[in-house]
Design a protein around this ligand. Structure first.
Ligand code: GDP
Ligand code: IMO
Ligand code: MG
Length: 434
């Protein structure tokens, strides 16, 4: 059975969590394939709101198993808190959550290193969430990491001490002041907790599930423009956020990838540093931030806002082999009488429709195309036939430019505020039927 993939096409926070939750009833397994607690995936239903950092967004559906794959980096402290919060809310997490033994662990000293390295970058700082992501992936690639499966080995403590001593040498070299006492106690406690969860050899688990005809959805974190290879380097995260990451982060063969759902906002946001060619500054940007509630789900930082960047979106669609587009937060733009899209760039005196090597601010001037706004409340729209004409025109134009259908549209944060664009059937508020 093919594995479907759902991922972000921009700089993260596109609304992946919401759509994974909407799709989950139709899948037997939802598997996160990369990233770590830098992610914040928001799910809203029945008047409740949850933000997940590590646990896959399928966890609210009783018949869906949730796997944290080998490509994810896990902070056991965050995981423990998240599991406990969900159990308190009545979600039977322990029964549905599986964790790959090959996933790497974020140690307290990884978080210290993240902070120390950001501080040293000064003006050039990445704007990291400081969750230890970069240092943990560096250790993984440098063959010095600690994996979840190591906690079951008799020499775990020696392995752990070896890694920590290595980190301390760097921290001392940087002259970084720290006190590990509280973090260490929390970490030890969280490792005990982790031992009580279901640890699995996830690639075997997924292969057997595929052979048994189970439906699997791979859930991405961050977005394509934050990808370590294809994002706005060095202002990126440290993992492969693209479809290829689902193969390495789960052990799925490239040929078994099925549909690829690419999620994008009807506009654009970015949190952290780095270039953002279509960014809106001043009151226009603030207005969009307020209307979209654009504050980070993990750090609470205000998100930078701007118009849709078409060359970047086309690039992301190609890199990922997107088969279905999903447009989010169309309701937010109802505040505007005019909608803009950056349809090309002016770069070194030339018109460019693709993404240049460097996106450095100031070197790229967007070429704008304007659309009339829909200026009406669409948060109650549930069928394609109810979509206002102006929004339908915007969607049609994007589909034509990109060459991929916009299959679903989201008109609010709630699970129920989702509609199919190419069918006039209303979607069940419990989730989609493909
Ligand atoms: P993720 O990281 O991709 O899962 O996205 P986040 O949860 O970080 O950010 C998306 C934010 O937009 C969350 O606050 C969601 O509740 C909210 N959201 C998702 N879809 C919609 C939508 O269609 N309209 C509005 N207004 N909000 C939405
Ligand atoms: P979700 O899954 C938005 C950004 C950070 C920073 C850069 C590197 O919720 O979409 P890191 O902590 O990985 O070293 O930070 O990446 N970033 C995100 N931005 N959404 C996310 O995740 C992000 N995860 C990391 O702000 O600019
Ligand atoms: Mg998020």
């Amino acid at each position: 059975m093919a594995v479907d993939v759902l991922l972000g096409l921009q700089w993260g926070d596109e609304g992946k969590g919401k759509i994974v939750d909407v799709f989950a009833p139709k899948y037997d397994i939802v598997a996160r394939f990369q990233g770590g607690p830098n992610a914040g995936h928001t799910i809203v239903f029945d008047g409740k709101k949850f933000v997940l950092h590590l646990i896959p967004s399928g966890i609210f559906h009783p018949n869906t198993a949730c796997l944290i794959g080998n490509g994810v980096v896990i902070d056991p402290v965050t995981l423990k808190k998240e599991v406990e919060t969900l159990i308190k809310a009545g979600i039977p997490v322990r029964e549905h959550l599986l964790i790959s033994r090959k996933a790497h662990l974020i140690l307290p000293t990884h978080k210290l290193l993240d902070a120390a390295r950001e501080e040293r970058r000064g003006e050039q700082k990445i704007g990291s969430t400081l969750r230890g992501i970069g240092p943990t992936y560096s250790d993984k690639i440098g063959r010095a990491g600690i994996r979840v499966g190591d906690i079951e080995l008799s020499d775990f403590q020696e392995r752990y001490a070896g890694a920590v001593n290595g980190h301390k040498e760097f921290l001392d070299m940087y002259g970084y002041q720290y006190d590990l006492t509280t973090w260490q106690a929390e970490f030890d406690d969280a490792i005990e907790f982790l031992r009580s969860l279901k640890l699995v050899d996830s690639e075997h688990y997924l292969h057997e599930a595929q052979e048994a005809g189970k439906k699997i959805l791979a859930e991405g974190a961050q977005g394509t423009l934050l990808d370590i290879d294809f994002g706005s380097y060095p202002f990126v995260t440290s993992s492969t956020t693209t479809t290829a990451g689902a193969c390495t982060g789960l052990g799925i063969a490239p040929g078994s990838i099925g549909r690829v759902f690419g999620i994008f906002k009807a506009y654009c946001t970015r949190v952290g540093s780095g270039p953002f060619p279509t960014e809106l500054h001043g009151e226009e940007g603030d207005e969009l931030r307020r209307a979209g509630g654009e504050f980070g789900a993990t750090t609470g930082r205000p998100r930078r806002t701007g118009w849709l960047d078409l060359p970047a979106l086309k690039y992301a669609v190609r890199i990922n082999g997107v088969t279905d587009l999903i447009m989010m937060k169309a309701d937010v733009l109802q505040i505007r009488s005019e909608i803009k899209v950056g349809e090309a760039y002016r770069h070194q005196g030339q018109l460019r429709y693709d993404l240049p090597y460097s996106l450095e601010d100031g070197q790229l001037e967007p070429v704008w195309r304007s659309f009339p706004g829909w200026e009406e409340d669409i948060t109650g729209v549930r069928r394609a036939s109810e979509v206002p004409h102006a929004l339908r025109e915007y969607v049609n134009w994007l589909e034509q430019e990109i060459g991929v259908p916009i299959t679903y549209l989201s008109v609010g944060p709630d699970r129920a505020q989702t509609l199919e664009m190419h069918s006039n059937e209303a979607v069940s508020p419990r989730g989609f039927d493909f």
